[in-house]
Design a protein around this ligand. Structure first.
Ligand code: 5GP
Length: 113
């Protein structure tokens, strides 16, 4: 099966500004940032979208949630950031490899548009 765009970034086949990586996940700056901080946090495992994750992914999903605040803090946004996951094309998902948007550095509206 061909690699997803984000797998290619994780494997350094496509360049990106990687700000964090470990054995389970990689984080890199978004190519079209929507805020002063806009990082994509992706599991190395190419789960298509959150709704396709299963019980075997429980520890991985927990790891992503525990890692996101550390990345935000390391980028200067401790305790003040937004996480977003687009699940499905109709709500804005364009890359079908699970990713957490980590956004910070400007005011955010609620509800999101
Ligand atoms: P989605 O719309 O799937 O929730 O988010 C995909 C995100 O990936 C978008 O914010 C988009 O700007 C970002 N993106 C798409 N292609 C690339 C790329 O080649 N490099 C990087 N760094 N980000 C990308």
């Amino acid at each position: 099966m061909s690699k997803t765009l984000f797998e290619k970034i994780c494997d350094r086949e496509i360049p990106a500004d990687i700000v964090y990586e470990d054995e389970l996940c990689v984080a890199f700056k978004d190519i079209h940032p929507q805020a002063p901080l806009h990082v994509q946090l992706v599991p190395r495992k190419p789960i298509t979208m959150l709704s396709k994750a299963d019980a075997a992914d429980q520890a991985l999903l927990g790891h992503l949630l525990l890692t996101a605040p550390k990345i935000a803090a390391a980028q200067g946004y401790a305790d003040t950031f937004r996480l977003a996951i687009n699940n499905g094309a109709a709500v804005g998902q364009s890359v079908f490899h699970l990713h957490l948007h980590i956004l910070a550095g400007r005011p955010f509206k609620w509800p999101p548009g």
